[in-house]
Every structure is written in C-alpha cells, then in structure tokens.
Ligand binder design. Structure first.
Ligand code: PLP
Length: 350
C-alpha cells in the first residue's frame, strides 16, 4: 500500500518505450534534435496556441527558471503560503531570480482567491523604491492540497493579475490531474485564463524525469533567448535534451498523460469515499490525486503495521491536544484498486 508520493511511482510503458527508441538513435545535442522540435509542435496543438517549450529535468528548475524569466530581480511573486515554490524549493526561485522575493498568502484548501489576493496586495506598504513591488502571481494547479482552480476562478485571478500588471505563472507539476479531473481543455486551464507561463510536469504522472516550461505570452516568446540563457547558466540545459523531449512527446501522445492522471484521480476519489464511509474526516475536497485524512493514532498504527507508506503531519494549529495525525495519501498512475481497498479495510478495522 504505497501512497507516499506520485514521485515514488515507476516509469509508464509509453515513456519507457520512447526512451528505448531514442536510445537506438543519434541526433543533435542541446535541443537541436527532432524530438524537441516535435515536442514544441505537439504542445502547440495540445494547448491550441503557439508556445515556446523549454524542457528541464526537475520541477524546481522549471519553476525557478519560469519565475526568473517573467519577473525583474527586484520583483515579488505572490503565491499560496503552502506553495511548493515557497516551502519546498530551498529558495531556488530567489537564487535563479537574482533575489526575487516570494510573498506567501493564506487561502483555504491550498488555493488563492480573488479576495485573498486583493487583500494581500492592499496590505502591502508601498514606499516606492524602498519596497518590493508584486510583479507576479503564481498558482499551483492542481494545488498542494489536492484541490483545483475551476476555469472561472482562474480567469478571475488572471483578470486581477492583468489589472495589477502581474505576470501569471502556473506550477503545473500536477496539471495533468487537473485537466483530467476538470474535463476542460488544457487551454481553458492555462492561457485562456491569463496564464503567461506554465511549468508542465510529467515526472509525477509516469515520466522518468521530465518537466517542460511552456511559454504562452507573445512578448515572452519573443524574448525566448533570455530563458535559454537562464537555463544554460544555471546548468539545466541538457546536452541530451532529446531524452527529455522524447519522454514528454510519448507522454502526450494519444492522451496517455490524461489517462494516467485520470486513473490516479479515480483511485483518490475512491479512497476518500471509502475512508469517509469508515468515519474518517477528510480535510480538503478531493479534486485530483491527493487525500488528506485525519487518522486516529490507532488507525495510523494499524496502517503502519500493515505496511502502508504515506507522509504524516500533526494537524497544523487545530484541535490542540488531540492525537490525530494528518495523513497525506497520494495516488499515482501505477496505484491499484487493491491498494485502495486494503487501506480502507485496515483503517476500517482499527
Ligand atoms: C506542487 C509541486 N511543484 C513542483 C514540484 C517539483 O519538484 P521537483 O523539483 O522535486 O521535481 C513538486 C514535487 O513534489 C510539487 O509537488
């Protein structure tokens, strides 16, 4: 029973086959290869918009480079207080962004709201040259709490960002899960809602290691060489980039990315429903592939004894004195229904 992380899953057959096929070939280095050219074309089709596609090997590199590219060194990026860019990237966006500031803001269920962003902006003191101006807005889709921004809410945030001259970055480490669950087009959840640059992650959804910075905004695409130089000088330009591109191409082909994400989402929904039916409190709406469950210490111990693997946190700042633990249960493309059933059974019997 493995629910620790979608990063713990293996490599899906489509991606593995593409790596093996690419391994038989020889092609140009540093992104001048055929797979990279095809990938950009493929992404333009998937997103129904011309894009600049810049593949990298990690989500942290993708986020940090995208933010460094879209904000001035003196700028500030507003994000959720639990955003990966703020709490899980060891200040990479600040390092690659030449001192870029990240401004964490609260919001229920891992999401920012229009009102929350308006309030955060209104709360910031403006002393001209002495203060950091907010130049960017970063949204995680699907969020760190396993929730999604519906297209309407996203468009309202995009509109707000435009009014305040903020660039919009989307951390799409789990964008596939959001698209699969929303049943709307990738375009609807990105550039049509005002997203300027998306970091699209494949690693958690079946790739070996492949993420891609997808640039939509016309002016940013024209400045693409700056992004290329940022990537090179930070050491994230792979000579054998074609192996990143081949992974991403195979992942997108025939909707494999959405099939795998849908599988993970469906199992998360089943897991949440099963746990709720056993009286377990589930903390956030389950809208992608993560379930946050409050387990009693007996349930937690029983699950551990049965060999279940997942991360835990003490419930943050709530229910002081109680001993329930917050279990973060993440499903992936390789999770199985029997793992879900076993988890529900063990928790139910405790
Ligand atoms: C929301 C989010 N963004 C980005 C990442 C990418 O991180 P990494 O640099 O580990 O690939 C992760 C991985 O856990 C994540 O959860």
């Amino acid at each position: 029973v493995r629910f620790a992380s979608d990063n713990n899953a293996g490599v899906c057959p489509e991606v593995l086959a593409a790596i093996l096929a690419e391994a038989e070939r020889s092609d140009a280095a540093y992104g001048w290869d055929q797979a990279s050219a095809r990938l950009e074309q493929r992404l333009s089709e998937v997103f129904e918009h011309p894009v600049l596609a810049v593949p990298v090997a990690t989500g942290t590199a993708a986020n940090a480079l995208a933010l460094a590219f879209t904000n001035p060194v003196w700028g500030g990026v507003l994000c959720h207080q639990d955003a990966h860019i703020l709490v899980d990237e060891c200040a990479a966006p600040t390092v690659l962004g030449g001192g870029l500031t990240l401004v964490g803001t609260p919001g229920p269920n891992g999401r920012l709201s229009v009102q929350g962003v308006e309030d955060a902006l209104a709360d910031r003191r403006d002393s001209g040259v002495h203060t950091v101006p907010v130049t960017g807005l970063s949204l995680t889709q699907s969020s760190e709490a396993g929730t999604r921004y519906p297209p309407g809410e996203l468009a309202a945030l995009g509109e707000l960002a435009r009014r305040h001259a903020m660039r919009v970055h989307m951390d799409g480490a789990r964008f596939a899960n959001a698209v699969a669950a929303a049943g709307t087009s990738p375009a609807e959840l990105s550039w049509r809602a005002g997203v300027d640059v998306l970091t699209l992650g494949a690693t958690k959804d079946g790739a070996l290691a492949a993420e891609v910075i997808v640039v939509f905004a016309d002016d940013l695409r024209r400045r693409g060489e700056e992004l290329e130089r940022l990537r090179k000088r930070s050491g994230h330009l792979l000579s054998k980039q074609r192996f990143l591109s081949a992974q991403l191409e195979a992942w997108l082909l025939d909707g494999a990315w959405l099939r795998h994400a849908d599988h993970a989402n469906t199992l998360a929904a089943d897991l949440a429903q099963g746990l709720r039916s056993r009286g377990v409190e589930v903390l956030h709406p389950v809208e992608a592939n993560m379930v946050f469950a409050l387990l009693s210490s007996e349930q937690h111990q029983a699950a551990q004894a049965a060999g279940a693997v997942y991360y835990t946190e003490r419930p943050r700042g709530r229910r002081a004195g109680e001993d329930r633990v917050e279990a973060r249960l993440v499903t992936s493309w390789s999770s199985t229904m029997s793992e879900v059933d076993e988890m529900i059974r063990v928790i139910g019997s405790a």
